[in-house]
Design a protein around this ligand. Structure first.
Ligand code: HEM
Length: 226
């Protein structure tokens, strides 16, 4: 009974469903992306690059092309990318219609003052525990991921597709060529991986069971009744 009294709604159904679909697709993208990279772990800049040309960055990873992991890796990668895209469209539309972004993620101008930012940096996770709102740093990082990194991954991904770039050449030209797009895609993937690891660490630090339960059921019990 005490638990019920201290329970409050934290996440809407659409955010929960789209979040978990995204999390599963992200893991598939990560694994299949690694498989694709291992087939050719060298990065080039510009339009072309091959085993016969000098690499811009030779990653200290083994070539494992002979295991034939690139084929299934690419199919899984493209499939998971479509899942993220359609799921992301549902998330964005629902976020706009319910004003989730403006209510819960976009900070007020007053919060962006150096003093508030410094305060939030000094205490990065207490409000994730206690308040119904996300912490300021958490909100800024989510916004960068949702409106920056994920769209950038899509653009650089599409820029690598000859069937897309033959119709919309601008998409590859703005990145300076197919190989540059691949290199940028690799660095953005690393940034997303860092976000993912920090995100999981913060979830663990603020109470893994309680946070994940809230992201599954939508409801969170307060600290006092956990
Ligand atoms: C299996 C791994 C994951 C777990 C356990 C997890 C857990 C969570 C939890 C518990 C929250 C709510 C945080 C809070 O209430 O303070 C959350 C929110 C969020 N997560 Fe994850 N997450 C995972 C994977 C991911 C991935 C892969 C991404 C994106 C690449 C992501 C992006 C987000 C975003 C953007 C939000 C805020 C959603 C909103 O309110 O609109 N998560 N996650």
């Amino acid at each position: 009974m005490k638990d019920l009294l201290n329970t409050s709604q934290r996440h809407s159904a659409l955010i929960r469903v789209t979040h978990w679909i995204n999390a599963a697709a992200f893991i598939a993208l990560l694994m299949s992306g690694i498989a694709i990279l291992l087939a050719y772990p060298r990065l080039h800049w510009g339009e072309t690059g091959s085993i016969h040309t000098e690499a811009w960055l030779d990653l200290p990873l083994p070539f494992v092309l002979e295991l034939g992991i690139r084929g299934p890796g690419r199919s899984i990668h493209f499939f998971a990318a479509w899942v993220v895209l359609f799921n992301g469209i549902v998330y964005l539309l629902s976020g706009l219609l319910t004003r989730h972004f403006t209510k819960n993620l976009v900070p007020a101008l007053s919060e962006l003052k150096p003093a508030s930012l410094a305060r939030a940096l000094a205490h990065p996770h207490p409000s994730a525990d206690t308040a119904e709102h996300y912490n300021l740093i958490q909100r800024l990082v989510y916004l960068v991921v949702i409106f920056g990194l994920i769209p950038f991954m899509f653009l650089t991904g599409l820029a690598m597709s000859p069937s897309v770039t033959s119709v919309v050449p601008f998409i590859v030209e703005m990145f300076g060529g197919h190989q540059s797009a691949r290199t940028l895609h690799f660095f953005a993937a690393n940034a997303l991986l860092i976000f993912f690891l920090v995100h999981l660490t913060m979830v663990v630090l603020t109470g893994f069971g309680r946070q994940v339960r809230a992201m599954i059921t939508g409801y969170r019990t307060s600290q006092a009744s956990k």
